[in-house]
Ligand binder design. Structure first.
Ligand SMILES: [Zn+2]
Length: 193
């Protein structure tokens, strides 16, 4: 599968999800073959927010998506290692960074950038990683702008921080995309990375 085909598969799955026309309804292990080894076609880096579920948003049964999640869909070292594993060993064709509307991690970062106050020892870890995306925006930007900027910033960081993944994108084996999931619409809006 090419990166473009993998992206189209995600787009079609999201359309099914938005329309409530779910194909991957049967989550029984008997309905698929995950126990026989995995061959996911996409890796997803998304937020830990309880309202964002990649299998639901793309209507995918177990075995299709390799998922890394944390508050603010930030790229950190274990997550990057996981994405390298997905790309180099499992052979995913596309890596998608998916932010979402109303993201509390981004909103907290905007507050921190504004006031200069950090939220606390461990919460700082994702605020630190989101801040450069927020700080690069013009004054008066919207939270929606910050959410989109963070998703595309984390996607660019995958490319710049992993030579393994950069080599796979250079050969056309892997694509990196980013998007924002609308909590109200269920729709993923793809961004220019
Ligand atoms: Zn979030």
């Amino acid at each position: 599968m090419t990166p473009a085909e993998a992206l189209r598969r995600l787009e079609r799955g999201n359309t099914r999800s938005v329309n409530g026309n779910f194909k991957a309804k049967n989550y029984s292990p008997l309905a698929s073959t995950p126990a026989k080894g995995q061959k996911p076609f996409a890796a997803i880096l998304t937020c830990a927010d309880s309202r964002t579920d990649p299998d639901f948003m793309f209507d995918m049964a177990p075995g299709n998506l390799f998922v890394v999640r944390n508050a603010g869909n930030v790229l950190e070292s274990v997550g990057l290692g996981s994405l390298e594993f997905a790309a180099a060993v499992l052979g995913v064709s596309v890596i998608a960074v998916i932010g979402h509307t109303e993201c509390g991690a981004v909103i907290a970062t905007e507050g921190s950038v504004k006031t200069g106050e950090m939220p606390g020892p461990h919460l700082d870890s994702f605020v630190d990683l989101i801040s450069p995306a927020v700080e690069a925006l013009p004054a008066g930007h919207s939270t929606q702008d910050a959410i989109a900027a963070n998703a595309s910033y984390q996607a660019r960081r995958i490319q710049s921080q992993s030579s393994t993944i950069a080599n796979l994108t250079a050969t056309g084996d892997v694509g990196i995309v980013s998007g924002v999931y609308g909590l109200a619409s269920g729709r993923v809006t793809w961004l220019q990375t």
